[in-house]
Design a protein around this ligand. Structure first.
Ligand SMILES: Nc1ncnc2c1ncn2[C@@H]1O[C@H](COP(=O)(O)OP(=O)(O)OP(=O)(O)O)[C@@H](O)[C@H]1O
Ligand SMILES: [Mg+2]
Length: 255
């Protein structure tokens, strides 16, 4: 089981940035390939910036839904690679929430394919967008090895994250790993304060690094040295390490 689903509850805490940063470092940290699944039903956070508005010929989720997504190989064929050795892949999402309306069935199929992708050495990191969107890709939250509420360390962020964690726990039950992570620390609250408030054992932190976030957003995400050495990417590696054991713990568990 190797699907990590990232979501938000309110505002724009940095779900897309976290997903793309995790995707950038994933092969380095895990030695495995990764598909970043652009599943935000309110519209892709990836197309306008990271892909500079280019619509990939591979077609993304809409074409995959039309094709039927029968095998892991079909899913991979609908992704675009963002590095030379095709270890970082992106399944591009929808441009508007109207397009997301018919995708409910696709998310079930994609979660069914996770074990086959796992066999091929491919993990998934999903940008699920905001919880409770009318076209929320619920199966990606329900059946992920690890579901994570992304939040900022503000009062509003913490209150919302607390409600989000409760919803995810109800949806996923006690067996599957449900957690939270922070984007930025001491802005104004520390990770320890937020961890205590949320009642979680650990709280990975993606560093606040506007320059690197901007470089990533403008399409400079290939696995080249300089970006990998930024604080953003170093902290993304720690986030991957922190969220991964939860995924592995559940590898043989119930789905
Ligand atoms: N770690 C970070 N350091 C600095 N800036 C960041 C970081 N993460 C996100 N940002 C900035 O915050 C803004 C929102 O980020 P992002 O688009 O990733 O959020 P989101 O939760 O996906 O939002 P949306 O709900 O609109 O999809 C962007 O301008 C991004 O560059
Ligand atoms: Mg986003």
């Amino acid at each position: 089981m190797s699907l990590v689903s990232l979501c938000s509850v309110t505002g724009s805490p940095g779900v897309t940035t976290t997903a793309m940063a995790m995707g950038t470092v994933w092969p380095v940290v895990t030695g495995r390939r990764v598909v970043v699944l652009d599943a935000d039903a309110s519209g892709s956070g990836v197309l306008p910036g990271y892909l500079r508005g280019a619509v990939p010929s591979a077609g993304g989720v809409l074409r995959l839904a039309a094709t039927g997504a029968r095998t892991a190989q079909t899913l991979l064929e609908h992704c675009v690679a963002w590095d030379e050795d095709h270890s970082r892949l992106l399944l591009v999402g929808v441009t508007t929430s109207v397009e997301a309306r018919g995708l409910g069935g696709l998310w079930h199929t994609v979660t069914d394919l996770v074990p086959d992708l796992d066999q091929l050495g491919v993990d998934l990191v999903a940008d699920v967008g905001r919880l409770e969107h009318v076209s929320e890709p619920t199966p990606l939250l329900e059946r992920a090895g690890s579901a994570v509420v992304v939040t900022r360390p503000t009062l509003g962020g913490v209150l919302a994250a607390s409600a989000g964690l409760e919803r995810l726990r109800t949806l996923r039950g006690p067996v599957r790993a449900t957690s939270a992570m922070l984007v930025g620390e001491r802005r104004p609250y520390s990770a320890d304060e937020v961890r205590h408030e949320l009642g979680v054992d650990r709280l990975p932190v993606l560093s606040w690094d506007p320059r690197a976030a901007e470089r990533l957003h403008s399409g400079e995400f290939l696995g080249r040295g300089p970006l990998l050495r930024t604080q953003l990417m170093r902290s993304a590696s720690v986030v991957v390490e922190a969220l991964r054991p939860a995924v592995l713990d559940l590898a043989g568990g119930p789905r």
